[in-house]
Design a protein. Structure first.
Length: 420
């Protein structure tokens, strides 16, 4: 089953503005904790509410209402003008973080997007665990919270993310529709605007469940083609594909935050092997080869460091990336407990780009290979390429867990996977 996440920043403009003000003045009042809004001009009292705090919501203030109306409801309301360059910057940070998990992302506004979880579901114990892991990382690294809706299509995922807020993960699977979605007012169904909701109410259709059980022909008579769409949405039907934006890849990488600190090199290299396979798979999917490999370490003290090197021969092969990552790790690690490990590839080239061959591509004898500086003799590049391609085909046909390395069957210690 396909799994789609809808990721929505909680009170995005207000959260991002509050963060900036606190960074500038740590003693300032957090806008999120008082009745406050983003939008309008404080002097002219013109404009509309772009975002509101939870305390402001308790006064009946809602997004898109005139600022003058909001001030009447709450005379002590704090109003801050929007900072659009800031919002653009924070949005880019969010999307960059999410694209470190998968390129299959469709951004639909500055503060929300759809993410196809299907190709990476094997990395997490469950979809809920994956969503919680991603949301926690956003909160810890970027400083704001999101809601994540999980469902088999975009419509249900978006509906799920609108359930209880903030910082929540909700599912909306087909079998959950009667209990979770049908009791809601029809006005809360995606794509049902104010005018349509009023007309439905006049026709005696008050809940999404009522709409779902209405004759589609009746709805089409009153609403034309929009009637059919509303009926389909009320029944959880949505076949629209996730449409990722095409953009030039500057790098592909993964990272994982460990549920327990890694204390030995063997444990760390086990994690690096899994990361290398994930990065390798994504490179092949994007039809790219990497020129540069970077390894990142974040210690239990939250201090981060990284080291990078250039590959002699650009590659997308998992063994090549892994061996390079291990060399970098050995140069970088100071022996302290490790909280996070990451591998990132940059300076990408098309897979068919002309590259200089490694000296191991020329069929050296065993004695000649042994006399080289490398202590590890890499496998034949063409054989490894065919092996990787075969594994990709098996996983594509039978699922991501169809083929795994033997070393992954008994991991040395449990960990919580996250991607970077």
């Amino acid at each position: 089953m396909q799994l789609i996440f809808h990721i929505d920043v909680n009170s995005a403009f207000l959260s991002w503005t509050a963060q900036k003000l606190l960074e500038e003045n740590p003693k300032a009042v957090d806008l999120r904790t008082i009745p406050s809004i983003i939008g309008g001009d404080e002097k002219t009292r013109h404009g509309i509410v772009l975002a509101k705090s939870v305390p402001a919501k308790k006064f009946g203030i809602h997004t898109a209402e005139p600022v003058v109306s909001a001030l009447r409801k709450c005379p002590g309301l704090v109003m801050v003008p929007p900072d659009r360059p800031l919002y653009k910057k924070r949005s880019q940070e969010l999307m960059n973080l999410l694209r470190s998990y998968t390129p299959d992302i469709q951004q639909i506004s500055i503060d929300e997007c759809f993410l196809d979880f299907t190709p990476i579901r094997h990395l997490f114990a469950s979809p809920e665990a994956g969503a919680r892991s991603i949301a926690d990382r956003i909160r810890d690294e970027l400083g704001f919270t999101v809601n994540v809706g999980i469902a088999p299509n975009k419509l249900l995922a978006k509906m799920a993310s609108d359930f209880e807020k903030p910082d929540k993960v909700h599912t909306l699977y087909p079998e959950e529709i009667p209990a979770k979605m049908w009791p809601l007012p029809v006005s809360e169904l995606y794509m049902v605007g104010h005018a349509s909701a009023q007309r439905l109410m006049q026709l005696g259709i008050r809940t999404i469940g009522d709409l779902a059980h209405t004759d589609p022909a009746f709805l089409q008579f009153h609403f034309k083609s929009h009637g059919k769409t509303m009926w389909e949405y009320a029944n959880g039907i949505d076949s629209s594909p996730l449409d990722p934006e095409t953009h030039e890849l500057k790098g592909i990488g993964n990272s994982t935050t460990l549920s327990q600190d890694v204390l030995t090199a063997d444990e760390a290299k086990h994690v690096l092997l899994e990361l290398a396979e994930q990065v390798s798979s994504r490179l092949r999917k994007a039809r790219q080869i990497a020129t540069t490999v970077t390894v990142e370490i974040k210690y239990s003290t939250f201090r981060s460091c990284s080291r990078q090197t250039q590959l002699y021969t650009p590659s997308a092969q998992s063994n090549t990336l892994y061996e390079c990552a291990c060399r970098l790790f050995d140069q970088l690690w100071n022996g302290s407990p490790i909280r996070l490990l990451g591998i990132r590839t940059t300076k990408l080239l098309p897979e068919d780009a002309p590259v200089q061959l490694s000296l191991f591509s020329f069929g050296l004898s065993t004695e000649e290979k042994a006399s080289t500086e490398s202590a590890v003799i890499p496998p034949d590049p063409e054989k490894q390429k065919r092996l990787d391609a075969a594994m990709d085909q098996i996983r594509k046909r039978f699922g991501s867990d169809a083929v795994v390395r033997g070393t992954f069957l008994k991991p040395p210690r449990p960990k919580e996977d996250k991607k970077q």
